[in-house]
Design a protein around this ligand. Structure first.
Ligand code: HMG
Ligand code: MG
Length: 302
């Protein structure tokens, strides 16, 4: 049986905008986030406290969060932000933020490309970050990238992903988000992954799915994940997104495409489809491009 209700974890302002060529003005980012909040998205990942030279698109993270805190207070402090290390954690703590997402790699190559670390040393970087965040009462999402394939290494063993996931959980991650960074996953692979985590005691309630739609498989993979009990799905308004350090990564599963399918299946999310479509159309105008979401194109005629 399918779940009756799911949580959509919106990553557009972070995963979406980190990959845009143009640097989006901070006021536009704030408006995007406020519109998504108004659409009912329960969790909005707002930005990243990473090195500003590595991701110049999000170099304004502190300014953005300061602006949002002034405007919406606690709702902004509750928005998760990406943090790779203690320096990022300090920046988040300075603003009184409550939720962080630490992002590791299931593969050696991507740990080097994305974090400038070896596979093992990424966990050494995370260890004090997790410990101090826990002491401060924060919750921590643990992302894993390249769970279903890596553009440099090719196939990635399910066992290797489970091992990496367990390391993040051992460090104190409250939940995992399994990233199909380059969009190569297919439905059977997704179900086998969930089963392999289940076999070591990590149930679907501890796992979110993070699908990029590069190969057009994201919705099919979502159905497969729903069938095995997953209830948290990452999505990006307008289908924006990609990772600047992952060759061939394109946009995330579009929030509107996910909402359309959930509506058809009678699965509740509490999110207003029309408001997300309106936000994506407006955001596409800001970026000077057509929205990538098929549902937004169909419903809005743009
Ligand atoms: P590094 O060069 O090894 O950093 O980069 P370092 O630890 O050697 O420090 C060098 C200098 O950077 C120091 O300054 C630090 O203070 C500073 P100095 O003492 O020389 O003056 N520094 C920082 N400044 C601001 N904020 C920080 C920070 N950290 C160090 N947080 C590092 C290592 C991890 C920082 C770098 O590799 C980095 O920022 N990487 C981020 C890459 C990224 O954001 N990628 C995209 C997000 S992941 C993703 O999209 C995948 C996901 O969507 C899931 C999926 O799809 O798979 C989540
Ligand atoms: Mg991603």
């Amino acid at each position: 049986p399918m779940p009756e209700r799911v949580t959509i974890y919106e990553v557009g302002p972070r995963d979406g905008l980190q990959n845009e060529k143009a640097v989006v003005p901070v006021a536009v980012k704030a408006e995007m986030i406020e519109r998504l909040l108004d659409a009912g998205l329960p969790i909005i990942e707002a930005t990243s406290f990473v090195h500003p030279k590595w991701v110049p698109q999000l170099a304004d993270a502190a300014e953005l969060m300061g602006l949002l805190i002034d405007r919406i207070g606690d709702a902004a402090r509750k928005m998760p932000v990406l943090v790779p290390n203690e320096r990022g954690l300090d920046r988040a703590l300075d603003l009184g933020l409550e939720h962080i997402a630490v992002f590791g790699s299931a593969t050696e190559t991507f740990a080097a490309k994305n974090l400038n670390r070896t596979y093992d040393s990424q966990f050494e970087m995370f260890e004090p970050t997790f410990a101090r965040a826990k002491d401060a009462g924060m919750t921590i999402r643990g992302y894993l990238s390249m769970c279903f394939g890596d553009p440099w290494e090719g196939a990635v063993e399910i066992d290797a992903v489970v091992k990496a996931g367990l390391r993040l959980l051992d460090l104190g991650a409250d939940e995992l988000s399994l990233g199909d960074t380059i969009g190569v996953a297919t439905a059977g692979h997704v179900q086998a992954m969930v089963a392999a985590f289940g076999a070591v005691g990590v149930g679907p309630d501890k796992i979110g799915m993070h699908f990029h739609d590069t190969y057009g498989q994201a919705l099919a993979n979502t159905v497969a994940a729903l069938q095995v009990g997953i209830t948290t799905f990452d999505a990006s308004a307008g289908g924006l997104g990609g990772c600047p350090y992952a060759k061939s990564a394109t946009g995330n599963l579009a929030t509107e495409d996910l909402l359309w399918m959930l509506q058809g299946l009678g699965i509740e999310s509490g999110v207003d489809l029309d408001k997300v479509v309106g936000t994506s159309v407006w955001m596409a105008e800001q970026l000077g491009k057509r929205p990538a979401s098929a549902v937004t194109r169909a419903l809005s005629g743009v």
